[in-house]
Design a protein around this ligand. Sequence first.
Ligand code: F6P
Length: 567
Amino acid sequence: MASSALISDTEPWEELKAHVEDIKKTHLRDLLSDAHRSQSMIVEFDDVLLDYSRQNATLATIDKLFKLAEAANLKQKINRMFAGEHINSTEDRSVLHVALRAPRDAVIQSDGKNVVPDVWKVLDKIQEFSERIRSGSWVGATGKALKDVVAVGIGGSFLGPLFVHTALQTEPEAIKSAKGRQLRFLANVDPIDVARNITGLNPETTLVVVVSKTFTTAETMLNARTLREWISAALGPSAVAKHMVAVSTNLTLVEKFGIDPNNAFAFWDWVGGRYSVCSAVGVLPLSLQYGFPIIEKFLKGASSIDQHFYSAPFEKNIPVLLGLLSVWNVSFLGYPARAILPYSQALEKFAPHIQQVSMESNGKGVSIDGVPLPFEAGEIDFGEPGTNGQHSFYQLIHQGRIIPCDFIGVVKSQQPIYLKGEVVSNHDELMSNFFAQPDALAYGKVRFYSGTTIDASVIQTRENLQKENAAEHLIPHKTFSGNRPSLSLLLPSLNAYNIGQLLAIYEHRIAVQGFVWGINSFDQWGVELGKSLATQVRKQLHAFRTKGEPVQGFNFSTTTLLTRYLE
Ligand code: F6P
C-alpha cells in the first residue's frame, strides 16, 4: 500500500467488511466447541497467557487480519519505531519509549545517536539519588530525613506512575522495601486535591517531585508553586533546594522555577507523555518509594515484551494479536468501546492509565497524511476491577450493548487469604468470577439448547428456568443471547516484572491499532484548543478581579455562566 493511501481503500479491508456477514452467522457457543480453533487462539510468552478464543472471529478472520496488517505495512512500521525514525511526523520526533527500558548494552538510535547511554545515565542518577533519600543521607532543611514524597504532575506525568504505584502497594517485596514511606500524587488543579495531598504531611519530612515533560502545563505549574509556597512558609525559601526536585525535558524552565539543575532528572522529546512511565517520570517517584532494584525489575518486564513485540511472528505476537482484534471489533464489527476488567484490586488504576494511552493516542480524525478518515479510529476505554464491576456496569454488557471485554487475571495473589473451613481461598473465590464471566458473555442463557457440549450451569433449559420460578412472561427478561466477545489475559503473579509486562503489552497494542488505522498515535493536538480557551477565560477572571472589567468577548452561554460565577 502506498504510504499516503487509506487502509480502508485496500482489498484486505474490503474482504474483512464482507467477512462480517460470515461471522454474523456464527455463535460463540458453537465456535467454542471447536477445540482446534480454541487451541490456535491461545498464545503464551514469558508466562503470560492470552486466550482470544472468545472473540467473534474464526481462524479465517485472523488470516484476513494478518493480510490487513500486511497492507498497513505493520511490520515495517514497528521496525521504523524501533529504529528511531521520526514516526511522530506532526511533531517531527522519534517514538522510543522502548529505549527507556532497554538493557545497558543495547543500541537504539535517534537522529544518529545511540540514546541508551543517556537513558542509563539518568537511571544511575535516580538510583544514587533515591538511595540517598531513602537512607537518610540526604536530609531536609531542618536535618530530618525525607520519608514522604508528593509527585506533582498530570496526564502522562501522573497516570502511569499512579498505576504502577497502586499495583505495587500490596506486593510483598515492595511493602518490605517501602518501609513505611508514603508516595502521593497531586494532579488536579482543584485546590481540594492540594488539601487532600498535604493533609497529614509535614514539610520538614516531605520531598516534592515536580513532573512535567514541558514544564509549562498550567495545572502542574500552579500546583508546584502552591507546594513551593507550602515549603517556604514553613521552612523558609532556602528550604526549596532541599525539598523540591524535578523531572522534565525542559531543564531551562526547571532552573527558572528555582529548582537546582543538579536535582533535575531529564528525559527526551522522543518520549511521549503518556508513554513516559518508564522514564524518570515514573522511575524517580517509584524508586524513592520502593527502591531502584524493584523498579529495575519493572523495566525488565516491559523490555521483555518489547523484544517479543519486535521479533515474534504475528501469529504468536501478543500485542499484535490484541491490536488487530481491537481493529476488528471497532472498525468491522462496530463495537466502539472496550472494558478493561482486571481481577485484581492492585490493578485498580490500570484502566484509567490505559484510557489516556489509548484515547489520547488513537482518538484521531485524519490519517497520518492529514486525510479525513472515512471510518472511526480509536476506542472508548473504561474499566473497574472485578468483582466490583460485576455489581456495577456488567448488566449492560450481558444484556444491553455489546462491549468487548479484556479479562485480566493473576494466578498467584499478592495477598492470599485461606480461611479455615472455607472451601476455596479468597483469591480462588475472586478467580471463579474471572473464569465464569467470559463464558456467561459468550454462551448467554437460552430457552432451549439442543447441543451437548455446553455447561448446564451456563445454558439453562426451559425446565431449569421454570425451576428458577420463572413465569413464562419473565423468560424474556431472564434469557440472553450471549455471543458477546471477550479475551482473557492470565499473568503468573503481580510483581514488578509482571506489571512491566502488562504495561508494555497495552502500549504496543495501542500502537498496533494506530499503525493499522494509518494514524499518528503519538501526537495530541486535540487537547490544545481547550487549553488556549482556558487562557482567555483566565485573563477575563483576572481583569474582573483586579479592575472590575465586565465579562466580554464570549458567547451568550459562556457570558451568562461566567457572570454568575463572578457575581
Ligand atoms: O494535555 C495533554 C498532555 O499534553 C498530555 O499528553 C501530557 O501527558 C500531559 O498533558 C502533561 O504534560 P506535561 O508532562 O508536559 O506537564
